[in-house]
Write a protein that binds this ligand. Structure first.
Ligand SMILES: [Zn+2]
Length: 305
């Protein structure tokens, strides 16, 4: 009798043990799967429709028509990257004033083309600028001379970009990674920066073209970023697949003018972004695009949906 109870108990213990092992295995499988899912989500993690409780970095891709005009904001500190054209410099002034900006910590004129530096003199003349970076590449245009005059009037000195230079805008870390060398044309001399806030990063390289992109890739700099400002307004001269693979962005912002004469963004680049699963936002369609982050999540707010 006792023997039977012991045997019965042993069977029960065995049964429970097997159940525990199966449950553990199932749990482990489920855990691994969830882990895998969360990793996948992490990759495209960061775009959210929620209202962020707070944003540490806000990047404003201002609608300046056919050109670039970008304001990076972090805890009351500002970085301006390009400032639109001669005609839309006033839009940049109005935009910065709407943000209640007095002092701009750093201004970057990526390269001396009018669609990037046309409005820079307006910005320098209307705000206190502490530092200005421009590539070691000059132009003989009226737009460029106006910028030089404004710089002189403000007692500023142009700093030439050096690869590897780092500075902070508030808590965001900015690293200059281009131009890698001096080129014979303006576009390739574009200043490239990576902006990092927590887990979230942005890469912008002005109008750099294929040859400069190749040289940047050869430096081995870690280009990986969540947000990429499409180079050269989404032109096929730039945005090579190799560069996009290295950046692997979730979001691309295209700054281009509505019905511009150049056909920007080129349809091949739009197709490539789509093929690579990159979500695109275009200033020619959405007006000014504001990208906010708390260092973990990203929220994109186009002015026009
Ligand atoms: Zn341009």
């Amino acid at each position: 009798m006792r023997c039977r109870i012991v045997r019965k108990n042993r069977k029960l213990v065995m049964f429970i043990s097997i159940l525990i092992v199966i449950a553990t295995l199932l749990g482990l499988l489920l855990f691994l799967n969830i882990d895998k899912l969360s990793i996948e989500r992490l990759k495209h993690r960061k775009i959210t429709d929620e209202v962020l409780d707070y944003a540490t970095t806000v990047v404003h891709f201002v609608d300046v028509g056919q050109g670039d005009g970008i304001v990076v904001e972090n805890n009351g500190h500002y970085l301006v990257i390009d400032a639109g054209t001669n005609d839309t410099g006033k839009n940049m002034i109005a935009y910065l004033k709407s943000l209640k900006v007095d002092v701009i910590d750093v201004v970057i004129g990526t390269h001396p083309h009018e669609d990037h530096i046309g409005g820079l003199d307006d910005v320098i003349n209307n705000f206190e600028v502490k530092k200005i970076y421009m590539p070691n590449f000059s132009a003989t245009t009226r737009s460029y001379e106006d910028v030089l005059k404004a710089i002189k009037k403000s007692n500023l000195q142009i700093s030439n970009p050096k690869v590897g230079t780092e500075f902070h805008i508030g808590t965001a870390l900015v690293t200059i990674f281009a131009p890698v060398k001096k080129y014979s044309d303006a576009n390739n001399n574009s200043i490239g920066v990576k902006i990092v806030d927590g887990d979230v990063s942005f890469v912008l390289i002005g109008d750099a073209e294929k040859i400069a992109e190749k040289d940047i890739l050869n430096t081995g700099f870690n280009l990986s970023a969540d947000v990429f400002k499409a180079s050269h307004h989404g032109s096929t001269t730039s945005n090579t697949k190799q560069l996009l693979e290295a950046i692997n962005p979730s979001i691309a912002i295209i700054s281009a003018g509505k019905d511009n004469d150049y056909g920007y963004p080129h349809r091949e680049i739009v197709a490539l972004f789509k093929q690579m699963g990159i979500t695109m936002y275009r200033t020619d369609e959405s007006g000014t695009i504001v990208v906010s982050t708390n260092g973990k999540k990203i929220k994109v707010s186009p002015t026009i949906d």
